[in-house]
Design a protein around this ligand. Structure first.
Ligand SMILES: Cc1ncc(COP(=O)(O)O)c(C=O)c1O
Length: 310
């Protein structure tokens, strides 16, 4: 199947293809396939790199000198953007959301943001609500604004393409695909990519914040934008998106002892390292309601290791 002609331009930033590994020891007689997108790179790593390949190609095509984006203090997306920008010789401004008047010492992702010279600006949750206006102003005429999580029509191409990559790797399709959903772009791309290849398998996004209606709306909007810009792509509507609720725990970037104990248990049983903000929460339905996903589910490991170490 060739869809090359419809694809937007892309930079080569991620180490691809990432492997699909079999994890056997989660439950007796059951295999979970894991798409190791935590191996897209060492520091420039995780799901965001796939989105940035398209977004930063667009920034370069428009001769941007600076990229501006936003997220939480430990945002993986911001860290990946800052590192990719440094690699491409672009300036990078990050608006990081924090309720703390003085955020503590830079650790994890924030440490890497600083190391590559990003212009880090802290904003309050109230200011964050006006992030689009704040970022547009900071960008100026020669800046390029990347929305939260890189989740827009262009960024979602990263996971449309990831489905093609996986389809060339697996011998038979898995029984389901499961991923964390935080800003919706990964889930949107996967759902559209699966439909585009006419694969008969459910794609589940596990909400790590907000609720199902929030995400189905985002994905509906991303899909509408994508089909407007690339009419050959299938249209995925809100009611066709499967979002799993019930695993966000205390909320975004907050952990519970049960979540941390599941992360430790998976690590000890299989060597698979999950992060507390995204993958640790998203893997839990596979542990606690495995029957929902059929005999051979595939989990997208979207990265996040620096959040674990922060
Ligand atoms: C490690 C990790 N996993 C999953 C996600 C969720 O992906 P998305 O923002 O595309 O929903 C993110 C970012 O939000 C992330 O950093």
């Amino acid at each position: 199947m060739s869809h090359q002609q419809t694809e937007p331009p892309r930079l080569d930033l991620a180490r691809l293809p990432t492997p699909i590994e079999r994890v056997e020891r989660i439950r007796k007689g059951w295999t979970v396939l894991v798409k190791r997108d935590d191996l897209t790179g060492t520091s420039l790593t995780g799901n965001k790199v796939r989105k940035l390949e398209y977004l930063l190609a667009d920034a370069q095509a428009g001769h941007a000198r600076r990229v501006v984006t936003c997220g939480g203090v430990q945002s993986n997306h911001c860290r990946a953007t800052a590192i990719a920008a440094a690699r491409l010789g672009l300036d990078c401004v990050l608006f990081l959301r924090t309720a703390e008047p003085t955020p503590g010492p830079p650790t994890g992702n924030l440490r890497l943001d600083r190391l590559v010279g990003a212009d880090v600006r802290f904003i309050t949750p109230a200011q964050y609500r006006d992030r689009t206006a704040i970022m547009t102003e900071a960008a100026g005429p020669d800046g390029y604004v990347i929305p939260e999580g890189g989740s827009n029509a262009l960024g979602a191409w990263g996971y449309v393409r990831a489905v093609d990559e996986m389809a060339s790797q697996w011998h038979a399709p898995p029984s389901a695909i499961v991923c964390a959903t935080g800003s919706g772009g990964t889930l949107a791309g996967l759902a559209i990519g699966v439909r585009r290849r006419a694969l008969d398998l459910p794609v589940y996004g596990v909400a790590v914040c907000d609720n199902a209606a929030y995400f189905t709306d985002i994905i509906d909007n991303i899909s509408a934008d994508m089909t407007e810009r690339w009419p050959a792509l299938p249209r995925v509507r809100a009611h066709e998106v499967a979002v799993i609720e019930g695993y966000k725990g205390r909320g975004y970037a907050l952990s519970t002892p049960e979540e941390m104990s599941d992360i430790a248990s998976v690590a000890r049983r299989s060597g698979l390292i999950l992060d507390p903000v995204y993958t640790g929460k998203a893997f839990r339905p596979l542990l606690h309601e495995p029957d929902r996903f059929g005999p051979r589910p595939l989990f997208i490991h979207t990265g996040g290791i620096f959040g674990l170490l922060a």
